[in-house]
Design a protein around this ligand. Structure first.
Ligand code: 4H6
Length: 230
């Protein structure tokens, strides 16, 4: 799979996606990440990509043309073009799974006070990573790229991937994890996890995952109940 990120700040985004499982997968050539800078497609002699908003107002707007040319330079028939914006549909794990099946994903980052509305026709979909405003789409693109790429077969270690499938991603939180020491600041590791009994461990984890979900994210259980009720 390849992801191209259309951004004015590729060099800032690259290090975050060069570490861990995604970084290793890139190094192995299993997944590819490219950066396309709209500035390279500016027709202006000063490489300008922003201009003042019609109608007045503070700040600058990203011009449609350099963005369109940047997208065009990497777009293929098989590409899906996604715009990161606070006005998008909320991104969730199901979207990560859907996008991980693609051959080519193009993530477009906005900057300044926003993007010329006429650029909207370039995008297949508009997604938001949550209801808050960022100074640019880059942190959102990094989050989406990471969530998607780790689901590409082979990116995670086999054991990790199998564990992911059986937990967490079906609408419940992960079970709590512990490592050494057995007692830390007076808090003990649950006895079941030290038992060496695989059935007992699996049972404890299922119960603990359910308890954690009920306590921290009861909305997830409700969403799952509703989904199953259909
Ligand atoms: C499009 C339009 C994504 C993109 C405007 C991007 C939050 C998210 C941006 C803007 C983003 C998200 C530019 C408006 C800066 C505010 C980039 N913010 N902004 N929730 N910002 O996924 O000023």
């Amino acid at each position: 799979m390849k992801i191209d990120v259309v951004t004015l700040f590729g060099p800032a985004l690259d290090p975050l996606l060069s570490i861990g499982a995604v970084g290793r997968a890139r190094a192995r050539g299993l997944v590819e990440l490219g950066f396309v800078n709209p500035r390279d497609f500016s027709r202006d002699k000063h490489r300008k990509v922003d201009d003042r908003p019609y109608g007045g107002g503070a700040g600058m707007i990203l011009m449609a043309e350099p963005l369109a040319a940047a997208v065009k330079s990497v777009r293929k028939k098989s590409s899906r073009v996604v715009f990161l914006s606070p006005q998008g549909r909320r991104f969730a794990q199901a979207d990560a799974r859907r996008l991980a099946k693609l051959k080519h994903l193009i993530l477009v980052c906005g900057r300044y006070e926003g993007v010329d509305e006429r650029a909207a026709a370039l995008f297949d979909e508009e997604i938001s990573i949550g209801d808050y405003v960022l100074s640019g789409g880059e942190p959102a693109a990094a989050a989406v790229a990471d969530a998607v790429l780790r689901l590409v077969p082979g990116v995670l270690e086999k054991a990790e991937a199998a564990e992911r499938e059986s937990f967490a991603e079906d609408g419940a939180l992960d079970y709590p994890q512990y490592t050494r020491p057995r007692v830390w600041r007076g808090k003990k590791v649950p006895a079941a996890l030290l038992s060496g009994n695989h059935e007992e461990i699996a049972l404890w984890r299922r119960k603990a995952a359910r308890a954690a979900t009920r306590k921290k994210r009861p909305d997830l259980l409700k969403a799952r109940d509703n989904a199953l009720r259909v």
